[in-house]
Design a protein around this ligand. Structure first.
Ligand code: AMP
Ligand code: MG
Length: 510
């Protein structure tokens, strides 16, 4: 059994207990694991199994995602699913490990690692793609520091809801395959129900994984990680004479595109530390993230982000800052002369604002129904946002209303400010050959009607956590799965938060 040769000496006692239990899940549920991460130098991970839990119960299972991964939902429901998605049983072919990484957290460098996560391996999906399958909340690891290695039900369900919403919005994201409750409690400010979430991702390679390699100071390890990343995510870069500047460019492209996607829907990640930036450009780590209601670039929800480092309007700058940290790790690979390496990397990083702006204006043109390009389009988009900011207009609903073809008689749309902008926009629409209907269709496909508004997410979580009632969440997930369709008026899920739900705060204590 693979476990016996994988048990790290630091956890030998616990491993013996685990192995005695016969933990392999070998019903043919469709698991097809490859374990390439374990081929990296040993410093990049610690091999260990998840810590078993007392009485797991499967509370959410993402059937559509399971099927797309080639898994058989009928083999993964009930007690069997509970055993597998709690880590009490390990799927055949998995080679569990906790990944090592570092990160700049609010600007300060720290050594980190999976303190409460275990990577099972990479599932080969029927479409030829591969996805990491990772438990989150699965017990202590050598990287847990003072943490308990566990997670609470509320935050895991929050990650489930918001990541599914992001996926339906068409934004690259990690996803959730299942959530189990553990039958154990976790201690935060109060006693909470414990849970484990199974997360899928194109990979869990972070900017912080590269920073970890740099901090260890072994160039062979940085090169191994960079080569692995190129093989896994950016095979085109391998064909370049020097693949490493190409890797930097490719990562920049993904990060710029991702950040622009966030801006289009008012998503505030909330904790864009470098350890929470996935190299392949997926949204990862749904901690204190939230969606903006009234448009205000200074919006911050996280209770610990006192200086607004991760405010909505700063996300592009922070993505650039994080990318600079990534570039630093590649310097010796970019050029053997340190000065040449620095100037090549700096030139690349300086292009980030233009790369971001390209994605931003492409997205904004679609949000405004524009097919062709005019030099003043950025000013047109920015002037609308400024006008919304001055009047506290709702971000999502303003764009959706503009997409409807007939504006509602709200106070905002009556303002002189808006009317002047509206006249400019209408004149601009006439300067393209496409029909008004084509514009409205484009707009309705880019301006969502439903996003996981904070008060709706809270309502759904309260029902789950306080009353074990999953129906509110299921209904919400139904609307979120079709964000570009107007929900029935009476559903109310398109309405901004009532004043009683403001101001909204999110917490990292997940
Ligand atoms: P995050 O804020 O989720 O990005 O996590 C930052 C670091 O703290 C990562 O190394 C996590 O693995 C670790 N961490 C978060 N929560 C816990 C926990 N309950 N127990 C152990 N480590 C944790
Ligand atoms: Mg994290």
């Amino acid at each position: 059994m693979y476990n016996s040769k994988c048990a790290p000496s630091t956890l030998a006692g616990r491993e013996k207990m685990i192995m005695a239990g016969g933990r392999q899940h070998n019903l043919d549920a469709g698991w097809r694991f490859d374990n390439t991460y374990g081929g990296l130098p040993e410093a990049f991970y610690a091999r260990l199994d998840p810590v078993p839990v007392r009485s797991p119960k499967l509370v959410v299972f993402n059937t559509a995602l399971a099927q797309s991964l080639g898994l058989r939902p009928d083999m993964l429901d009930g007690d069997e699913g509970a055993a597998v998605f709690s880590g009490n049983k390990i799927p055949e072919g998995a080679a569990p490990l906790a990944q090592a990484y570092a990160g700049h957290q609010f600007g300060s460098f720290t050594m980190l690692g999976d303190g409460r996560a275990i990577l099972l391996g990479e599932q080969a999906a029927p479409n030829g793609e591969r996805f990491d399958v990772q438990y989150k909340g699965s017990g202590r690891t050598p990287f847990s520091r003072n943490g308990d290695g566990r997670a609470a039900l509320g935050p895991m369900m929050r990650e489930y809801i918001i990541s599914e919403a992001m996926h339906a919005l068409g934004i690259p994201t990690t996803r959730c395959l299942a959530v189990v409750t553990t039958g154990e409690t976790v201690f935060r400010e109060t006693v909470l129900a414990g849970a484990i979430l199974t997360r899928t991702a194109r990979s869990h390679i972070r900017v912080g994984t590269f920073e970890y390699a740099l901090a260890r100071g072994k160039s062979s390890e940085i090169r191994a990680l960079a080569d692995y990343t190129i093989r896994r995510h950016f095979p085109d870069s391998a064909a370049e004479e020097n693949p490493y500047p190409a890797l930097l460019e490719a990562v920049m492209e993904r990060q710029a595109s991702l950040t622009a996607h966030w801006q289009m829907v008012g998503f505030i990640h909330g904790v864009m530390n470098t350890d929470n930036m996935s190299i392949c450009g997926e949204t990862i780590d749904y901690g204190p993230c939230a969606f903006m209601d009234a448009y205000d670039p200074n919006t911050v929800f996280s209770s610990i982000d006192h200086n607004g480092r991760y405010a909505y309007g700063r996300q592009p700058q922070i993505a650039q800052w994080n990318l600079a940290r990534f570039a630093e790790t590649l310097l010796p690979l970019i050029h053997k002369d340190p000065q040449d390496a620095v100037s090549m990397a700096s030139e690349a990083i300086k292009r980030f604002p233009d790369t971001f702006h390209y994605h931003w204006i492409t997205g904004m043109r679609a949000k405004l129904g524009l097919f062709n390009q005019e030099p003043d389009d950025s000013a047109l988009a920015e002037d609308l946002l400024d006008c919304m900011h001055r009047h506290g207009a709702d971000f999502i609903n303003t764009f959706r209303d503009l997409s409807s073809g007939s504006l509602p008689e709200s106070a905002f749309f009556q303002t002189m400010d808006f009317q002047q902008w509206f006249a400019r926009w209408r004149a601009r629409l006439k300067r393209q050959p496409d029909s008004r209907d084509a514009s409205l269709r484009l707009m309705r496909s880019r301006n969502p009607a439903v996003v996981p508004r904070n008060h709706l997410v809270e309502e759904a979580l309260e029902a789950v956590v306080e009353r074990a009632d999953y129906s509110v969440m299921e209904k919400l997930l139904g609307f979120l799965s079709q964000p570009y369709q107007d929900p029935p008026e009476q559903a109310g899920c398109h309405l901004p938060a009532p004043p009683s739900a403001q101001p909204y705060q999110t917490f990292c204590g997940t």
